[in-house]
Design a protein around this ligand. Structure first.
Ligand code: NDP
Ligand code: HSE
Length: 436
């Protein structure tokens, strides 16, 4: 497209309605103001924020908004003939769902950062966008500023992706980093994450894995073209991780991370979020603080890792702005980036998924105990990769790392171990991911 310098022509203007002016919306409006001339020079388009919807119009905003732009009527923004393109940064399911579908039905492209909405009804939204022949773009919904959705959809379109593993929640990565590096307790680290603004208002979504689960569902849809919703994702959080687990992991050459793991296994999709021990030389082990990273494994491409800020107003708004520019260019060209229909795939239950495991078993320190414990593993077909004893007498514990085994077999092993009279308690059990 030839550069256009006349910002006033109708063809060069794309009028934006922004739904929400919180952390992300306000940062986006600021970026559009700051970068408007560059965007015009590069694309020939002048992005103009004509309407902004908020809940409370009396609240002060950190960005300048012209008289008459702000309203509490989000539906009115979608319907406004002075809005060509809609950005949804309200969050949650309703009214975001209705607003998004109404905009698409009206032929207006939508840019969204709403992982919750996309993870619960992505297929419905993609179908509505395809039916209307307009874009729905959502780069910011997974891993904030990190370009992930576009690389999966475009750069890796010809790749057979086998697995995507990600640290996709900044709050939990911050907490685990503090616990690992400073010995901070879980509660103290969570309080610090909240004071720094990383955690959701209700941090349960972060620490119990719901937020990462929504992102995992979106990754699965895009990487494998399959209908996956947040409810399909097996998830465990980090609230049960103890300083002792972290210390044992370090001793064994691992770090503990909350991982989203999405795999295609013989035509089925396995999608889960759980804490895992990652070898300390694995690229994901070096992702510290509130940073996110996504590790992609493909047949031809081999291993790839994308790294960056997973949260925060400006980093997230940067991803929204990238989508906005794409959607504006496509709108003016009369084209759109089709996601295509998502196929049905069986979601493999966690019982049928294989992983390595770390088990920490308190035992009585006397002859024959190791043989008794080891035979339980053998009875369930769980192969021990390494074992060591920590402590003596009443303090004795056996620490096992297993080879890959089915979750159901490890569960059966645990059940029988708990019933052995030479075993005190079975302490933490963590999956081991990324071993060579
Ligand atoms: P905020 O809570 O900061 O902002 C939400 C905005 O939506 C507020 O301006 C609020 O108005 C407005 N709003 C809420 N309900 C309505 C309504 N019914 N009608 C009109 N406006 C409404 O959220 P964030 O900016 O942090 O997040 C926005 C989206 O971006 C979410 O989907 C989130 O998951 C996603 N996201 C956020 C990231 C982050 O780091 N913050 C990272 C990645 C994604 P008011 O200000 O008046 O209350
Ligand atoms: N609370 C989320 C996080 C924000 O900590 O990563 C981004 O989705």
């Amino acid at each position: 497209m030839a550069p256009v310098t006349d910002a006033g022509t109708i063809e060069s203007r794309v009028r934006i309605g922004v739904l929400g002016c919180g952390n992300v919306g306000a940062a986006l409006i600021q970026l559009i103001a700051d970068r408007g001339d560059d965007i015009l020079a590069r694309t020939g388009l002048r992005l103009e924020v004509t309407r902004v919807a908020v809940r409370n119009t009396a609240k002060a905003r950190p960005v300048e908004l012209a008289e008459g732009v702000v309203t509490h009527d989000a539906g009115g923004v979608v319907d406004d003939p002075d809005v060509d393109l809609v950005v949804e940064v309200i969050g949650g399911i309703e009214p975001a769902r209705t607003l998004t579908l109404d905009a698409l039905k009206a032929g207006k492209p939508v840019v969204s950062a709403n992982k919750e909405l996309l993870a619960s009804m992505g297929a419905e939204i993609f179908d509505a966008a395809d039916a209307a022949g307009v874009d729905v773009l959502f780069e910011a919904a997974v891993a904030g500023a990190i370009p992930l959705i576009r690389p999966l959809r475009e750069s890796l379109a010809g790749e057979r992706i086998t697995r995507v593993m990600g640290i996709v929640n900044g709050t939990t990565n911050f907490i685990l980093t503090r616990m690992t590096e400073d010995g901070t307790s879980y509660q103290e680290a969570l309080a610090e994450a909240q004071s720094l603004g990383y955690a959701e208002r209700d941090p349960t979504a972060d620490v119990e894995g719901f937020d990462a689960g929504a992102k995992a569902a979106i990754i699965a849809m895009i990487a494998f073209g399959a209908r996956v919703v947040a409810g399909d994702v097996y998830h465990e959080g980090i609230s049960g991780i103890t300083p002792a687990d972290i210390a044992f992991a370090r001793h064994l050459g691992y770090v503990v991370k909350l991982l989203a793991v999405v795999e295609e296994l013989d035509g089925e999709i396995a999608v889960r979020v759980h804490p895992a021990m990652v070898p300390s030389d694995h690229p994901l082990a070096s992702v510290r603080e509130s940073f996110n990273a996504v590790f992609i494994e493909g047949d031809a491409v081999g291993d790839l890792m994308l790294y960056g800020r997973g949260a925060g107003g400006f980093p997230t708004a940067s991803a929204v702005l990238g989508d906005l520019i794409d959607a504006a260019v496509n709108l003016r060209k009369g084209s759109s980036a089709h996601i295509g229909r998502l196929g049905a795939a069986r979601i493999r239950p966690i019982d049928e998924v294989r992983s390595g495991y770390y088990l920490n078993v308190e035992v009585f320190d006397r002859p024959g105990v190791l043989a008794a414990v080891a035979s339980v593993f053998g009875e369930h077909g769980v192969s021990i990769r390494s074992m060591e004893q920590e402590g003596l007498g009443d303090e004795a514990r056996l620490i096992f790392i297993t080879h890959e085994a089915y979750e159901r077999d490890v569960a059966a092993t645990l059940h029988d171990l708990k019933n052995l009279d030479v075993v005190g308690t079975v302490g933490s059990v963590l999956r081991v991911v990324g071993d060579h």
